[in-house]
Design a protein around this ligand. Structure first.
Ligand code: FES
Ligand SMILES: [Fe+2]
Length: 429
């Protein structure tokens, strides 16, 4: 019998051409790992008016929270009773300043999560003071409740440091919409800053019924501070596509764009009067994005913000705010316009087209094209900023003294009442 040597498999199988495109997001490891969101940020959870003395459940960054209002202030606790794991949001308030679990009446203090009474174990319950649930810094701003999701046990930084500066420094009126939406928060965020889609996907939206949009642009991404901006260098309102024909977004009934200039405010033609507060910002481009997924689109008369709040790997909360920087009676005018039209056309149908795409996006793998520089610039920004944040968090836990002091200072600033809890952290002071 003559033995035939098996051919080397590597020689036998012709090498397959590598699939073009990106197979995964390992080029951005932290972004890749942030499926359920980035910890270490404040997130808007719901409207202030929705939080009452009855606890309610919300999930942010995969973390279950019970939110409750007591004596006018909002508190956030981990939504799980340590006794048998029943959600505290199923419970209610039996004593001021506390929340009681519905099952056996374990009662937790809202300011620091400490177990202060066990109704079914009598007034001398030995377990009181030995158990606590985690509390989270919570604040109200812009008519919304914001909660800080910590990386470790670090104190919450001031919310104002994270909010867009123009919202902290100027008076305005807010109209908005919050919706639970399907799809990962990163798809929502990438869709928000995506250079390519608006001109095509939204061409049928009623919001753009009388306003034309370009066909394609040459766009640059510019970074300024913690924001990246899409800067339009060239705008093409129509184009002749070789071999297939002409394509344009222009229609006879739509306003004619001024094709002689490129506007950096709104996806509209140049030459419109711009609100002085918006003009004073000198944004290099009308669309900008910052961590942890905050989109800002400036128009001549208002700025539209989208917060893509991570819920879990497959869901996010869409928080869309339209802010008009007006005072006095002008506020009423904006509110009427918001409820009468903007809410339905923009936060409804237009934004619904985005929700549809976010729900059906399935990437990676992906093959990016020229306008997707908006996506890669965002991932680079996220990767860079989060690396710095993680380093700071690691440094923080290494310093027990600083840890305790910072928690106390933060508790005072954020009004969480964590000062009491911080005092119980062993320290070498
Ligand atoms: S599970 Fe909460 S009191 Fe028993
Ligand atoms: Fe869109």
């Amino acid at each position: 019998m003559t033995g035939v040597e098996a051919p080397n498999a590597a020689q036998e199988v012709p090498e397959r051409p590598r699939a073009a495109g990106r197979q995964d997001w390992t080029a951005w490891p932290k972004y890749n790992a942030a499926g359920s969101g980035y910890r270490g940020y404040w997130y808007p959870v719901t409207w202030s008016s929705h939080i009452t003395g009855t606890p309610q459940s919300y999930t942010i960054c995969g973390e279950k929270l019970a939110l409750i209002r007591d004596a006018g202030k909002v508190y956030a606790l981990h939504d799980r009773c340590p006794h048998r794991g029943v959600p505290l949001s199923e419970g209610d308030q039996q004593f001021p300043g506390t929340v009681s679990c519905p099952y056996h009446g374990w009662t937790y203090r809202l300011t620091d999560g400490k177990l202060v009474a066990v109704i079914t174990d009598g007034p001398d319950s030995k377990i009181c003071g030995k158990v606590e649930v985690q509390t989270y810094a919570a604040q109200e701003r812009l008519g919304l409740v914001w909660v800080y999701i910590p990386i470790t046990r670090e104190p919450a930084p001031p919310l104002d440091e994270q909010l867009p500066r123009e919202l902290v420094e100027n008076e305005g009126i807010v109209g908005g919409r919050i919706q639970p939406r399907a799809g990962n928060w990163r798809f929502a965020c990438e869709n928000g800053f995506d250079e390519g889609h608006a001109k095509y996907l939204h061409r049928t939206s009623l919001w753009r019924l009388f306003k034309p949009m370009p066909t394609w642009n040459i766009t640059r991404i510019v970074r300024e501070g913690r924001w990246i901006y899409r800067v339009q260098d060239e705008v093409y309102w129509e184009a002749e596509f070789p071999g297939v024909g002409k394509w344009t977004n222009k229609r006879w009934w739509k306003k004619r764009p001024d094709e002689t200039k490129v506007s950096q405010i709104g996806n509209v033609g140049a030459g419109l009067e711009v609100n002085p507060v918006i003009a004073a910002q000198n944004f290099p481009g009308f669309a900008s994005l910052s961590m942890p997924g905050v989109l800002r689109i400036s128009y001549p008369n208002f700025i539209h913000y989208e917060f893509y709040v991570p819920v879990d790997d497959d869901n996010h909360r869409y928080v869309g705010l339209m802010v008009n920087f007006v005072t006095g009676v002008h506020k009423l005018g904006f509110y009427a316009k918001y409820l009468g039209a903007i809410r339905w056309l923009f936060h409804g149908q237009f934004s619904g087209q985005d929700a549809w795409m976010v729900e059906v996006t399935d990437a990676p793998p992906e093959k990016l094209y020229r306008p997707d520089v908006s996506l890669t610039a965002w991932r680079n920004l996220a990767e860079e900023e989060y690396a710095e944040k993680l380093t700071a968090a690691v440094e923080f836990v290494k310093q027990p003294v600083a840890h305790t002091r910072a928690r106390r200072a933060s508790a005072k600033q954020n009004g969480t009442g964590e000062a009491a809890s911080a005092q119980s952290v062993p320290s070498s002071e």
